[in-house]
Design a protein around this ligand. Structure first.
Ligand SMILES: *[C@@H]1O[C@H](CO)[C@@H](O)[C@H](O)[C@H]1NC(C)=O
Ligand SMILES: *[C@@H]1O[C@H](CO)[C@@H](O)[C@H](O)[C@H]1NC(C)=O
Length: 264
């Protein structure tokens, strides 16, 4: 009980940001675990994701895509600081949030995520990814264009062999039902200004590696960690695929609690 009655100072607020084509629903195992030890948890749907009612064709800029997160941070109490967690493509929205609201974020946690640097423009890590891992590796996924955006819908074969390969069949069923067409907004991000040392890099950043991720392979995670100059790295060992929050929720929970404790 003492844990549940933790005083306000110890209570952390975790804000969770999903990856492309997924939604807030992917955190359904982690949220009650963090709450059971007394923390506050807000999983968000970005525009045209999860149950957000926008259509991806109508979301023209990366800023608009990230708007639910930016608006949420803007609405916080002026003295509140959150623990911001971005998974996969959600890392880029987390970086944008750190650039816009560095004072509201105690630590930015990148969970097997795309993590931008300040030497290149914001699309750089995405462009490197697409160069090294051609989209043909996305098997039965569907690609199309809408205005200046490339759209993608992950195929069920791709999801079962590269994204959710260590998840339960039930979780795989969930994504087959709930997946939505998304975009990495590479074109729009390539026109954006670099993230800055003064704002984005002023917030502590921690990277959580997933060893058995086949969607963002280990070597690419390691390259991004070096490229972005991240010093603090945690590892979720064997048994976690790309969807760490579904395949290893307990290990992830412990890792997040450790990080949150250090940065308050
Ligand atoms: C911003 O990114 C561009 C393009 O990647 C790069 O050429 C430039 O040097 C960067 N600017 C700074 C201030 O690092
Ligand atoms: C691309 O992004 C910039 C901001 O970085 C925005 O001002 C612009 O309207 C966007 N353009 C398109 C066509 O999406």
């Amino acid at each position: 009980m003492s844990e549940l009655n933790m005083d306000q100072k110890q209570q952390k607020h975790f804000v969770l940001v999903h990856g492309v084509s997924i939604g807030a629903w992917c955190w359904y195992k982690l949220k009650p675990q963090l709450e059971s030890v007394g923390h506050k948890v807000t999983p968000l749907d970005l525009a045209a994701c999860g149950i957000n009612t926008n259509k991806i064709e109508d979301v023209h800029t990366f800023s608009d895509y990230s708007k639910p997160l930016l608006e949420f941070l803007a609405s916080l109490d002026p003295n509140e600081k959150v623990v911001l967690v971005g998974h996969s493509f959600g890392g880029v929205s987390v970086a944008l949030a750190m650039e816009k609201f560095p004072e509201k974020i105690a630590v930015g946690i990148f969970l097997t995520a795309f993590i931008p640097d300040t030497q290149h423009n914001p699309s750089y890590v995405l462009q490197q990814y697409v160069e090294r891992y051609p989209l043909t590796g996305w098997l039965d996924s569907e690609f199309s264009f809408s205005g200046n955006k490339m759209l993608l819908l992950p195929g069920t074969k791709f999801l079962s062999t590269k994204f959710f390969q260590l998840c339960s069949t039930e979780d795989l069923e969930l994504v087959k039902i709930l997946r939505r067409t998304g975009s990495l907004f590479v074109e729009n991000l390539s026109e954006a200004e670099n993230f800055s040392k003064e704002r984005y890099e002023s917030v502590p950043r921690v990277y959580i590696v997933s060893n058995n991720d086949l969607a963002i392979p280990l070597e690419f995670q390691q390259w991004m960690i070096q490229n972005a100059g991240i010093n603090e790295v945690k590892v979720i060992n064997g048994g976690a695929d790309h969807m760490v929050m579904l395949s290893k929720p307990q290990e992830l929970c412990l890792s997040l609690l450790e990080i949150a404790k250090k940065y308050h």
